[in-house]
Design a protein around this ligand. Structure first.
Ligand code: C2O
Length: 589
């Protein structure tokens, strides 16, 4: 389990007492001062130890070796308060390279702890360790952590819950209990192999075999009647469910039979209360809801099934369930919610566009009014030439080519020799180029399905193009999905910042009409936006944190295909606006 600070505190206390009670030499006194210092440190900052290692578990009638943290799936929930410093010692006992990302954490001046491999660090090699140290300031709610190398995050993930500082409260009535609900995806296979098979052949990798709630598939799957998450509730009480979509490749609908939910926060940013019977959550996103146990004492299923915006491709069409049991209820068959249809885009769009930011909440910042950098970025799939010379080689993707993906037709490739952040800090040339364009190289009818296999626009090529930003620049991005290969809803995640979502819509973005739809008063804040299928979204953020920040599709099938770019934010002029040097133990490539 995660080692919380009280244990460290007690341990250090005992040693310090021992040391100071026998004050016969200066060394011992010094030692005791040192221990006192450790006590103070450990009292004010949660110290966590996580061991990532092979772990064998039974799921769906079989046994499978997975990569897991401290022997549990999902991994431990980390609890902190706003303003805390978190120190996490990560030990890599896997046969794979590893890094851990703290999804949604601002990492103000601590970019070295952000985690994505080759972006802010080189991987922790098998047998090695790295200590992530960062503050959690200016944000409250539900975030999470996950591996940020290959597909390991399928099983290497957990919740990161930031509660208000002592003496401060939520901007809603205090819930009776708080419950993390991690939605995941399960393969009856080694996920690293699944990914590599896809990348080698150029085809799409295999779909998952199940979805999970807190690591359990639920009793609709074979051999899973005792693999069902259960939540016992007291009638009349209100519970805060902290829903996290930790699935690799699927957006999910989440429902509870007979119960409404009240959304109060998304991506660790408070929202105006929004009552709904269905929550839609894209990979990377979190949604905090209040659930009041106001029904007759009985059992009720909670269920998650995929929202699939792309047409005509196979997908994992199964349903994961958990059971809410009222205390004192007679045993009964749980009631099942009516599931959304897989392609229910109207419901997804209604949910995503009805959320608004809580202007009166703590940490609210208004969206930037004036914009320094206007970007229009096309987002979508494409093809990468199969062979090096011409089209004579045949790969497993469409047209005998490889699946690819790009932003503004630049298919992002991570460097391999050095992390981008080290290149930024040490001014090393040749690791990335700063020519990511503000516009797509070609203007076309982006969302017209007639263009899906248009040979003159479907090919893309690999590069490591980033967008350089001045410290504190304000940025507006119009994210425009394309119909290349097919239309799809892409959850785009920005590292290091929250952005405001000003507007979303279908079809091609039209500046003259769509500008009028901007919500500059109370837009929702997020770190991951599900850009509508065959549509667009407009976001704004302020680049107030120097470093290298990835922006990528949070579908793990699309990330290695190149659906990414990065922002390199320059240092400001004052010491407090400059990226400090890397920690001593930063892993070497
Ligand atoms: Cu949650 Cu770059 O990812």
């Amino acid at each position: 389990m995660a080692m919380a600070h009280p244990q460290v505190f007690l341990f250090a206390c005992a040693i310090a007492l021992l040391a100071s009670s026998s004050m016969f030499s200066a060394e011992v006194t010094l030692l005791s001062i040192l221990f006192m210092y450790i006590i103070l440190l450990s009292f004010f900052s949660p110290y966590i130890y996580i061991y990532v290692q092979n772990h064998t578990i039974s799921r769906l009638c079989g046994r499978q070796v997975i990569s897991a943290v401290n022997g549990s799936l999902p991994g431990p929930t980390l609890h902190v308060r706003e303003g805390d410093t978190l120190v996490v010692h990560v030990f890599n006992k896997l046969p794979y390279d590893l890094s851990i990302h703290w999804h949604g954490v601002f990492q103000l001046l601590s970019g070295w702890a952000d985690g994505p491999e080759f972006a802010t660090q080189c991987a922790i090699r098998p047998g090695n360790s790295y200590t992530y140290r960062f503050n959690l300031t200016g944000q409250e709610g539900t975030l999470w952590w996950h591996a940020h190398v290959s597909w390991l995050r399928a099983t290497v993930h957990g919740a990161l819950i930031i509660r208000p500082k002592r003496g401060r409260s939520y901007p809603f009535p205090k819930p009776y209990r708080e419950v993390p609900i991690l939605l995941g995806e399960w393969w009856n296979a080694n996920v690293v192999d699944v990914e590599n098979e896809g990348l080698t052949s150029g085809a799409a990798p295999n779909n998952s075999n199940a979805y999970t709630i807190n690591g359990q598939p639920g009793d609709l799957y074979p051999c899973s009647s005792n693999k069902t998450y259960k939540l016992i509730v007291k009638q009349g009480k209100t519970y805060l469910l902290r829903i996290i979509n930790a699935a690799l490749n699927n957006q999910l609908f989440f429902k509870i039979a007979n119960h409404n939910m009240k959304v109060v926060a998304v991506d660790a940013a408070y929202t105006n209360p929004y009552i709904t019977d269905v929550v839609v959550v894209a990979p990377g996103q979190t949604t905090d809801v209040l659930l009041t146990a106001n029904q007759a004492p009985a059992s009720y299923y909670m269920a998650a099934n995929p929202y699939v915006s792309v047409a005509g491709v196979p997908f994992d069409n199964t349903t994961t369930t958990g059971i809410i049991v009222y205390e004192g209820a007679k045993p009964s068959t749980p009631k099942m919610p009516i599931l959304q249809a897989f392609n229910d885009t109207p419901t997804a769009h209604k949910f995503f566009t009805n959320l608004t930011g809580l202007v009166t909440g703590p940490f609210w910042v208004p969206p930037p009014r004036q914009v320094d950098e206007h970007m229009f970025i096309t987002i979508g799939l494409g093809l990468i030439a199969c062979g090096k010379t011409g089209n004579n080689a045949t790969c497993g993707g469409p047209n005998g080519q490889r699946f690819g993906a790009s932003m503004n037709n630049a298919s992002f490739q991570l460097p391999t020799k050095m992390s981008m952040l080290e290149a930024f800090f040490n001014n090393v040339k040749g690791i990335y180029t700063t020519d990511f364009p503000n516009q797509p190289p070609l203007i076309f009818d982006y969302t017209n399905p007639n263009n899906s296999f248009n040979p003159s626009i479907i090919m893309t090529t690999k590069s490591t193009k980033v967008k350089k930003l001045k410290y504190n620049a304000t940025v507006e991005i119009v994210m425009q999905n394309t119909a290349l290969i097919g239309v799809e809803n892409h959850p785009i995640h920005l590292h290091g910042f929250n952005f405001h979502v000003l507007a979303q819509g279908f079809g091609n973005y039209n500046p003259t009409i769509d500008k009028n739809k901007f919500n500059l008063f109370n837009p929702q804040e997020r770190n991951t936006i599900a850009v509508p299928v065959g549509g667009w979204a407009v976001v704004r953020f302020r680049a107030n944190n120097p470093g290298v920040w990835l922006m990528h599709c949070h579908l793990d099938v699309h990330l290695p295909w190149g659906l990414a770019t990065a922002f390199v934010v320059e240092n400001g002029r004052t010491p407090s606006t400059k990226l400090p040097p890397p920690p001593q133990d930063l892993p070497k490539c």
